[in-house]
Design a protein around this ligand. Structure first.
Ligand SMILES: NC(=O)c1ccc[n+]([C@@H]2O[C@H](COP(=O)([O-])OP(=O)(O)OC[C@H]3O[C@@H](n4cnc5c(N)ncnc54)[C@H](OP(=O)(O)O)[C@@H]3O)[C@@H](O)[C@H]2O)c1
Length: 283
């Protein structure tokens, strides 16, 4: 990669941000697409999100990814916000539309694209259960409802956040008992339960594995480890499974396409993730 006076710069802003996989994914994508772009990571403290958006205008950055704690705060500095990001109150990607800066949330779009790519599954008409009600869960709930799911049930330990997440699915959303998992076509773990910490394996499960069975698609949004115990238990019972790499790659692909206007080189992006996730406890 050669960086010179014509190179366009994209970046992720957040705090902490030094663990982010985004620079690897996007630099691999720019290289594979033959684009004179480079992607960096900037630590931006809480309270400075709007300043970072102003910097994007001043410096003419080609695109920004946004992570914690700025996903809500950047909205104030933008000219426009796409409908999904507005509904979620969270932006993870900022792109140019002419002279205007537009915020998007590509997580849900990435999740549904991953389901289609991995399983040829269209959520239209499916019964879905999402475990968790945080940022990732909310994006998934909204995207499943937008894609025509027949029902989107939310299981979460805190009732109030579960209700708020389920409301994003409108008439097809609801807070459900864990027993509903047995009747679901698609089950998504959007809690951190099962995530590897400091390289130490974990045996934790976000739901009772006896509820999982053949005919279901079980997705764990976790990608450390690549195979959580939930996915092992689901596979042992005949369910089809995916880990969190698909959503990670496809949400990045959706950002790439907004920034560059060309199709994302998804295979190169997936390979870049594999280099750091396979056999490595650290990202
Ligand atoms: N693959 C991807 O691209 C991608 C993208 C984003 C996130 N993720 C993954 O998705 C997971 C959630 O991320 P997030 O950003 O949504 O987190 P978050 O906003 O902190 O939400 C976490 C959710 O999990 C629940 N939870 C946390 N600890 C729990 C426990 N011990 N038992 C039961 N429920 C628990 C929380 O319940 P309460 O409401 O009760 O607190 C909350 O609903 C993480 O593993 C993250 O790595 C993956």
């Amino acid at each position: 990669m050669r960086v010179d006076a014509t190179t366009k710069v994209a970046a992720v802003i957040g705090d902490p941000v030094t663990h982010s996989l985004s620079p690897r994914i996007h630099n691999a994508a720019f290289a594979a697409a033959g684009l004179d772009w480079v992607y960096a990571a900037f630590t931006v403290r809480a309270g400075d999100a709007v300043g970072a958006v102003h910097a994007m205008r001043t410096l003419g950055l080609g695109g920004l990814s946004v992570t914690m704690p700025h996903k809500a705060a950047v909205i104030e500095g933008l000219d426009d916000v796409e409908p999904d990001a507005a509904a979620l109150g969270a932006v993870n990607c900022i792109a140019w539309d002419g002279e205007r800066l537009v915020g998007a949330n590509t997580d849900g779009e990435g999740f549904v694209a991953g389901l289609r790519a991995d399983h040829g599954l269209d959520p239209d008409g499916t019964r879905c259960v999402v475990l968790g009600a945080g940022g990732a869960a909310r994006a998934v709930v909204l995207s499943l409802a937008r894609a025509g799911a027949a029902s989107v049930g939310v299981v979460n330990r805190t009732r109030a956040t579960a209700e708020a997440a389920a409301a994003l699915a409108g008439g097809v959303g609801g807070v459900v008992d864990p027993a509903a998992i047995a009747d679901a076509d698609v089950v998504v773990n959007a809690t951190p339960v099962g995530m590897q910490r400091d390289g130490a394996p974990t045996d934790e499960l976000p739901c009772e594995p006896g509820l999982l069975h053949e005919g279901q698609v079980v997705v764990d949004l976790i990608y450390h480890p690549l195979r959580t115990r939930l996915l092992e238990e689901a596979e042992a019972r005949g369910a089809a499974t995916s880990n969190g790499v698909s959503m990670l790659v496809h949400q990045a692909g959706a950002a790439f396409e907004r920034w560059t206007g060309i199709p994302a080189p998804l295979e190169a992006m997936r390979s870049a993730v594999a280099e750091v996730t396979e056999g490595s406890p650290k990202s």
